[in-house]
Write a protein that binds this ligand. Structure first.
Ligand SMILES: Cc1ncc(COP(=O)(O)O)c(C=O)c1O
Length: 385
């Protein structure tokens, strides 16, 4: 086979494998309860849909500037000033095909072969593979469940070498649901400025924080750290717009223009219609956020360890792995085997912690109806007695 070493070297997504298995079982007529989803189960709000329809009817259906339309860049600037209290110039913004695409553009613009990117774990599935695709090296640093899976500034400092290019911080976090507080982020900012290291700050779950928890962007703590941060966000999770594929990055002009250069040759602009709709999402009526937020807030209370943000619970299953469960004639000893056991015996889909560099845990998304959550939890209770 002549597949490149680059592609051989990356893993296929475990989450997608589970989705495929769930679809197959559903097609066989089984009533599967899925806690696997990484997206809101709501429709995109009506006011956003209307703007997209208007854009189509008015013929806004051609290529746009590769880095995105000025109107949306200005809406992003307004949003970042309103919510994060950070000011950016139009030249410091790029719009891409989802936050995932922004992350890849950022890694490609920042990293030379062999550069190290510090990656606190558990972490979202695509970071590792994207870092490898950029020919950089992921340096995993395990976070502590007793510190709500948040990395300390000290741990980051200990992991820095002369090859460290960046640290990837994701708050609120997928899969753990944890949220960094202001003090912790300020300490991390100091370490990064002192060591001249970039921060890729993935804030895609920004709007999904609960109780008195507040989201802070590390870029908001002064000009020195702002000059080292590539802030990544988008409309997917906050506005139930996963299929529209709009993400954005804000950061130093030279890095953003490097990302634009790369994007210009790979994908050109993000979808023109979705860009127009995203202006409405970011600076139009924000009522729909409140409704979705309240729904997620109600649903998360079924969880073991109360998540502070996003829409994921991340239970510790280490006891279950030592409980001598037998599946398919073999002892269940890891999270993937337990996931398969649960799906087969209870028809409940969850995601193994190993997909997030965190063996011994499961990720359960509560972006599904309250009815399904109750039914799924009942089935799990029955299974594990
Ligand atoms: C932590 C994190 N970052 C980025 C993304 C990608 O978002 P988008 O749909 O905007 O590409 C996801 C999606 O699951 C995510 O969980």
């Amino acid at each position: 086979m002549s597949i490149s070493e680059r592609i051989k070297n990356i893993h296929a997504s475990q989450t997608l494998a589970i989705t495929a298995q769930v679809l197959k079982m559903k097609a066989e007529g089984k009533k599967i309860i899925s806690f696997g989803a990484g997206e809101p189960d709501f429709d995109t709000p009506g006011n956003i849909q209307e703007e997209a329809i208007k854009a189509i009817r008015s013929g806004f259906t051609h290529y746009t500037t590769s880095s995105g339309i000025t109107e949306l860049k200005k809406a992003i600037i307004e949003k970042l000033a309103r919510d994060q209290n950070i000011s950016y110039d139009v030249s410091e913004i790029i719009i891409s095909n989802g936050a995932k695409h922004c992350l890849y553009n950022a890694l490609m613009a920042l990293c030379n072969p062999g550069d190290e990117v510090i990656l606190p774990t558990p972490c979202w599935v695509s970071y590792t593979e994207q870092i490898k695709l950029a020919q950089a090296v992921p340096v995993f640093v395990q976070t502590d469940p007793d510190n709500q899976f948040r990395i300390s500034a000290e741990k980051i400092e200990k992991s820095i070498t002369n090859k460290t290019k960046a640290v990837l911080i994701n708050t609120p976090n997928n899969p753990t649901g944890s949220v960094y507080d202001k003090k912790e982020l300020q300490k991390i900012a100091q370490i990064l400025v002192k060591n001249d290291i970039y921060c890729i700050s993935d804030e895609i779950y920004e709007k999904l924080v609960y109780d008195n928890t507040k989201h802070f962007s590390i870029a908001s703590f002064g000009e020195k750290i702002k000059a080292k941060v590539i802030l990544i966000n988008g409309v997917s999770k906050s506005y139930a717009m996963t299929g529209w594929r709009i993400g954005y990055a804000a950061g130093p002009k030279d890095i953003i223009s490097g990302m634009s250069k790369f994007q210009g040759h790979c994908t050109s602009n993000a979808n023109s219609i979705a860009q127009v709709a995203s202006v409405e999402a970011l600076i139009g009526n924000q009522d729909s956020i409140g409704h979705m937020h309240n729904e997620f807030d109600k649903r998360r209370s079924f969880s073991c360890n109360m998540p502070e943000g996003a829409f994921y619970a991340f239970p510790d299953i280490r006891e279950l792995l030592n409980a001598g469960i037998i599946y398919d004639g073999k002892k269940v000893t890891n999270s993937l085997e337990l996931t398969n056991y649960i799906l087969s015996e209870s028809e409940v889909a969850v995601v193994p912690g190993s997909a997030f560099e965190a063996e011994g845990y499961l990720r359960m998304s509560y972006a599904t109806s309250m009815e399904d959550i109750e039914e799924g939890i009942n089935r799990l209770q029955k299974l594990f007695n």
